[in-house]
Design a protein around this ligand. Structure first.
Ligand SMILES: Nc1ncnc2c1ncn2[C@@H]1O[C@H](COP(=O)(O)OP(=O)(O)OP(=O)(O)O)[C@@H](O)[C@H]1O
Length: 691
């Protein structure tokens, strides 16, 4: 297979977390979204110990331990959706944000390979009421006055979200009722759970057969991983790769069953994954490449698109980025020969149906029906052949982990399964893909945030332990390579994370090691833009935390200080879209967004939970830590991974806003604050009271 293309890495992917533009919270719903966007109300357990705690000695032991935990998790998700007994009252569901009431259908279009895109706006005002809908959520459409048990007019997938409108992609256009007031309800995505259960059943049966026959015992420690005696030589497509990336690629290509690519923040994990895929295609491997989220799968598709390899993206078109739709399975199937034959057959069937309506003669009717049945069978066969041809001819099939369970991939096997974001995916979700291959490469960082688990009980019993973490404890360096050069952060921002979590092994690439905010075009050097690290202490400033209705914590005074610093940055020339304000608490996100609404200049400042910002970066990051109380409680701030993600989102400046006295009761946070004090600028929040 010949692979060719440019040698420099593609630019990173455009953000999608904030693209939803929801009026209130940062996260979307549904397991699919949860894999990428977490709610911070979970994760109380000391996660770094989980990998050790959860070891399984066989596939059977894993299946019997995890199967009931999937049920618990499903129940927990259903409990948060409209269909549950707990939220039968519409009023409560609205309060929780899982219903958007009183909408009008403002636009209807066809697109996305035959889907109908309906746009809804509020009948009551220009902005949608507060809600927790996210792009890719599964929703149902109902008459506004229908009761909760009423049958929906249709079911679809959220395609686009703005403050003022929501666009939903439906397979079939609802026949009538669109002129009346309507409401949308978010529903639990039960399909995902069914797919995970199916994967477990298959894993239990597959021990004796299937493409993963030799892989399974290695992943459960029953057989040792093996390697090629001689490392293959390769010429990189990407001429900029650093030594740690090249070493990782070599080790990956030497592995015969499993390899872990450990990519700390900004170290080019996806860049390395893309090079591994290209080298493996060149070697003749057929690859299934998956990620926990749609956006990460699309990111790989985009980066592969400039090389001459055959890529097909399997997934619902409403969940794919517009720029990669051309690689979508549905789009490629539509262009296939068998598809045009199927279309001819459908045309013929339409004509026959017309004849059937007009014919009175019973014998003639019988004949037409017989012919229609034959044609229907042929049409289905042609469609299936078209799908099978596209998949058979592809070098790389890309999908999300749960998407790997698509019927369209039934009976397909692959030489290699690559899973990006593996440390953010449930192990059981990984198995959906792994069962289709004989070898696997997992890329991730178990020192950043793991997948969200809604059920506390399932979390305690180990559902959140990722395969990446488990294998990392099982085999360690034997199967792992860590990337050690980072391309995002100023050296001072990186060093805290490297010391605390990566045994001081990370170095900053010279292109970023000393970069500052005032190096950016149009930015002036000032007391706001000069420091790389900035600690704003709210101690003694009368900025106590409080709880909102949903028991999430917020700190209004601290939020004002954050906005005030953002404003100073913008006034010194920093572009608002280069600034991110992140916080562990949902209620603080909501409050910060309200404040942003009052400041035109700050409209483009991105505000999100830390969890929702994983995988993203900004030139300047402001972290609002929120906790400030006389009991000195820090809650889940002390999760090392959450603070690791928070700090390492910043490229040129990281500003920590907190009550130093409260957070210093935790040893880890105390060291963080001391690091900022020692290497950065310290100011009191009282200096920011102009807001
Ligand atoms: N060898 C390299 N030389 C120059 N730039 C690089 C190199 N490797 C990666 N980069 C750049 O570093 C940035 C991060 O790369 P990439 O998106 O692959 O990292 P990642 O580890 O997947 O990121 P994240 O921390 O979000 O998981 C990108 O802008 C990429 O172009």
């Amino acid at each position: 297979m010949e692979v060719s293309g440019p040698s420099s890495p593609a630019p990173p992917h455009p953000p999608d977390t904030e693209a939803s533009g929801t009026a209130t919270t940062a996260g979307g719903g549904g397991r699919d979204n949860l894999e990428a966007i977490r709610s911070p109300v979970v994760g109380k357990m000391e996660r770094s110990k989980r990998g050790k705690a959860c070891s399984y000695s066989s596939a059977h032991e894993f299946v019997s331990a995890v199967s009931p935990l999937i049920d618990l998790e499903k129940e927990a998700e259903i409990a948060t959706s409209i269909g549950s007994a707990a939220s039968k009252s519409l009023e409560l569901a609205q309060k929780r944000g899982s219903v958007l009431p009183n909408l009008k259908c403002s636009d209807a279009q066809t697109g996305l390979m035959g889907k109908t895109l309906l746009e809804f706006q509020s009948n009551k005002g220009v902005v949608l009421p507060p809600h927790k809908f996210g792009t890719h959520d599964v929703v149902v459409l109902k008459q506004n006055n229908a009761d909760t048990s009423a049958a929906p007019l249709g079911q679809g997938v959220v395609y686009r979200l703005k403050d003022s409108s929501i666009v939903v992609a439906f397979d079939e256009i609802p026949e009538d009722g669109l002129n009346n007031p309507l409401r949308l309800e978010k529903v639990a995505n039960e399909v995902t759970y069914r797919r995970m259960k199916d994967a477990l059943n298959q894993l239990a049966m597959d021990v004796q057969k299937g493409p993963a026959l030799n892989l399974i015992p290695v992943l459960f420690g029953e057989k040792q991983p093996t390697f090629l005696k001689q490392a293959p030589q390769f010429t990189p497509f990407n001429k900029n790769l650093d030594d740690s990336q090249k070493a990782a690629i070599k080790k990956a290509m030497t592995s015969k069953e499993v390899f872990l690519l450990h990519g700390p923040p900004g170290t080019g994990k996806t860049t390395t994954v893309v090079e591994i895929v290209l080298q493996e295609v060149k070697r003749g491997s057929k690859i299934l490449a998956c990620a926990a989220s749609n956006i990460a799968a699309d990111n790989i598709v985009e980066r592969l698109s400039s090389y001459k390899i055959k890529v097909v993206r399997v997934g619902h078109p409403a969940r794919l980025l517009p720029q990669i739709l051309d690689t979508a399975l549905d789009a490629q199937v539509m262009r296939a020969d068998n598809s045009s034959l199927a279309a001819d057959i459908r045309k013929e069937m339409k004509e026959l149906n017309g004849k059937l309506l007009k014919t009175k003669d019973r014998n003639a009717k019988r004949e037409i029906r017989k012919e229609l049945r034959t044609l229907a069978k042929e049409e289905k066969k042609r469609q299936q052949l078209a799908v099978a041809d596209v998949i058979k001819n592809a070098d790389v099939v890309l999908t999300t982990l749960t998407g790997a369970f698509s019927r369209k991939l039934d009976n397909c096997s692959f030489d290699l399964v690559v899973i990006d974001e593996a440390a953010q995916a449930l192990e059981v979700a990984c198995w959906i893909a792994l069962l289709k291959g004989s070898r696997c490469i997992l890329a991730g960082d178990h020192l950043q945030l793991p997948p969200t688990i809604l059920s506390e009980e399932a979390e305690k019993k180990g559902l959140g332990t990722t395969l990446f973490e488990r294998l990392s404890h099982l085999y360690g360096d034997k199967i792992t390579s860590m990337l050690t050069v980072q391309y995002r952060m100023h050296d001072l921002i990186m060093t805290w994370s490297s010391q605390e979590l990566y045994q001081n092994k990370i170095t900053a690439h010279p292109s970023v090691a000393a970069h500052t905010l005032y190096d950016l075009g149009g930015v002036n050097k000032s007391s706001s833009t000069e420091p790389t690290l900035l600690l704003i202490d709210t101690t003694g400033c009368d900025m106590e935390e409080k709880k909102d209705e949903e028991e999430s914590t917020l700190n209004e005074g601290e939020a004002e200080v954050c906005m005030s610093h953002a404003k100073r940055l913008v006034e010194t020339g920093v572009s608002a879209s280069d600034i991110g304000i992140i916080t562990p608490y949902n209620a603080q996100v909501v409050y910060l967004k309200i404040l942003r609404g009052n400041e035109k200049k700050l409209k483009e400042v991105e505000i999100s939970t830390v969890d929702g910002f994983q995988g993203r970066e900004k030139e300047a990051i402001i972290i609002s830590m929120v906790r400030s109380n006389s009991k000195r409680e820090v809650g889940f701030l002390s999760d090392h991974r959450r603070m690791n993600v928070a700090v390492t989102r910043a490229r040129r400046q990281c500003c920590l806003v907190c009550d130093v006295e409260t957070v210093s009761t935790d040893g880890f946070l105390k060291r963080l604050v001391e690091y900022f004090e020692e290497h950065g600028e310290y100011s009191s929040a009282s200096e920011y009271n102009e807001y």
